[in-house]
Ligand binder design. Sequence first.
Ligand code: ZN
Length: 252
Amino acid sequence: MRFIRFQFKDQPARQGWILDDKIGEVEGDFFGEYRRLKAEIPLEDVRLLAPVLPGKIICVGRNYADHAKEHGVEVPKVPLIFMKPPSSVIGPGDAVVLPHQSQQVEHEAELVAVIGKRGRNITAEAARDYIFGYTIGNDITARDLQKTDGQWTRAKGFDTFCPFGPWIDTEFDPSDALITCRVSGQPRQMGSTRDMVFSVGTLVAFVSSVMTLEPGDLIFTGTPAGVGPLLDGDEVIVEIEGLGTLKNPVKK
Ligand code: ZN
C-alpha cells in the first residue's frame, strides 16, 4: 500500500492512499487505526505533499563506501548520524531554494525508512516491526558549509533541504534496490541499497539506542557515490527501483 498526503483545490491537506493514478482519502491515523475510502480522485487533480510531517529526521553519513571514497574519508566504524530540522521538509514538485550563504549545494539520493511505532533499544532483528514503510529522499547539502563548519547543522538544515515522497510504500523491500539520481537529464548517482555499510535494521538499532523513535520519524540511510552540484533552473530526479520517483525543481 502507498500512503500519501495531498491537497485537493484550496482545501486543507488530507491523508490518502494511491492506487495507480487514483487517490482515496484515509480517515484516522496511518500509524494506528484508519479507514480507507475508495480511490476515485484522479491523481492529476491533486497536489501531492510530503507524505508525513516528521518529528525527527535522522540521517546517516558515509553509509556507502564509494561515496566515502569520493570525499577521501574512511567508512565510519559505527554509524555517523546527524539530523535535519522538520522545517527543511518539502514535498514532491516543490522547489529546492539555493541559499545565498552557499556556493556549492549538492544532491544526495537516499532511501528513507519511516518509523511507525514508538521504540527504544530496538534490535536489528526487530527493526522491521517498527518500520511503517519506505520513501524516497534527497538529503540536500551545502557542501562548502559542511566543510567549513565542521558540524553539519547549517549545511544540512536550510529550508527546502529535505525533499521526500511522493508516498510511503509499506511493502517495499530495501535489501537490493537500485537508487539513481539525474540532474536536468544528466545521470549523476547510481548505486544499490545492497551496498550500504550498515543495513536499515542496524541503523534502527543504533539510532534507537540513542533516542526514542516515534511514529513519523524518518531515517535517511545514506547516499551512493556521484553527488554533485545543483544550479538555478535544474530539475533533480531521484528514482528508487520498485518505489518510485521524486522530482524537484531548483531555484535561487
Ligand atoms: Zn546524506
